[in-house]
Design a protein around this ligand. Sequence first.
Ligand code: NAD
Length: 422
Amino acid sequence: MRASEATNYYFRRAAKHLHVGSRLETVLMAPRREVKVECVITLDNGELGCFSGFRVQHDNSRGPMKGGLRYHPEVDPDEVNSLASLMTWKTAVANIPYGGAKGGISCDPSKLSHAELQRITRSFVDEIHDIIGPGLDIPAPDMGTNSQTMAWIVDQYSKYHGWTPAVVTGKPIELGGSEGREQATGQGIAFVCEAILEDYSMDLKTTKFAIQGFGNVGSWAAQFIHQMGGKVVAVADLTGGIYNADGLDVAHLMRYVRENNGVKGFPDTVEIAADAIFTCDCDVLIPAALGNVITEENMKDIKAKFIIEGANGPTTPAADEYLIKIGKVIVPDIFANAGGVMVSYFEWVQNIQQFRWRLERVNLELKLLMLDSYKEIKHLAQQNECDLRTAAFQLAISRVARATSLRGLENEGFCMLESPHS
Ligand code: NAD
């Protein structure tokens, strides 16, 4: 199933109970703008290099659009489209004043020099600077990009529009990045785990967690869960999987992964196949690496009662239906991994106010936003007798639909914000 089909499936499953109407439904599903540009640069060897860049702006009825920018050899326009709409629903569930967007450049960062990556990034900004901006569309790091990429974007964009750190989030602290941004998604996941286990009267200290992925999301989630007293019994990454029923020493594992580029071979653990992470003995499973990993093939063997979706789109619709039917609790990606975009929002707010927040304030505000969203999703799920994903989509769709209607559906181009620079 293509990425956009899964998103549309979840959208329709939720929308059919909302009586949104086919006219509004059509408007909410279609992206407002899809842009393709060519970034032409001189490579280090003197030859010309052409790289296709994309930006999909899905919706801006609740505010400027927000979403990552990825550098990958196969940036798939269908996937970018789907991820842009997921961002619309994610920012609406989080109740932050943004719409959704996503972008990418077809290039292999591992085969390009630092200087070439910088030239590609600046060329991309040259092509799209009039459709991004603090009040229009605010990119952020994603696969293959990082705080350095964001720093180049700020610099290039500022040449056209004056000093504008709020044009992107996920910047280095020195250029207006926020404290707590790097760990925000993992921190948000830990807050969700704490809240949901409390609802099910489970003691976090005796709960067993298994995590797929030990990159940004997985490693920070593991650290915070470990700090709260939870037992992380299994972790898998590209190098393989490890298991210890008594719990892993996560701080030690962090150091080990830094030195060995993966979890494989970590002392005092049983080696398991990377895919065995989904079926190992645990209470909470956190997929935090890839999409489409919980499928019809492994769904029947999943032992965890709770699945907290750290990655985007880890569960296929068929597996989702089955797992819900047999009583598993799935906390959907559009809420579970929203901690990152919430702290991106705090970064943008700080940039606009030209005022810095301390880490304590960032974490407090993050916890409040995560718990507010959780309460609302839970309330809707109880009221409509549905699963948490359907409730999260319903919350998001109703917020976006309401904003769209309030802004005047009848006007052509009703919700595109005009660029102040056009
Ligand atoms: P990352 O690149 O930092 O880490 C990815 C991890 O997944 C690595 O440990 C890698 O070894 C592992 N991995 C890759 N292929 C694997 C495989 N086949 N089997 C097992 N492990 C494998 O990425 P990240 O930033 O942690 O993002 C992970 C997921 O979370 C992605 O789906 C991303 O879109 C999503 N996400 C990230 C953020 C964020 O703030 N970073 C926010 C929201 C959602």
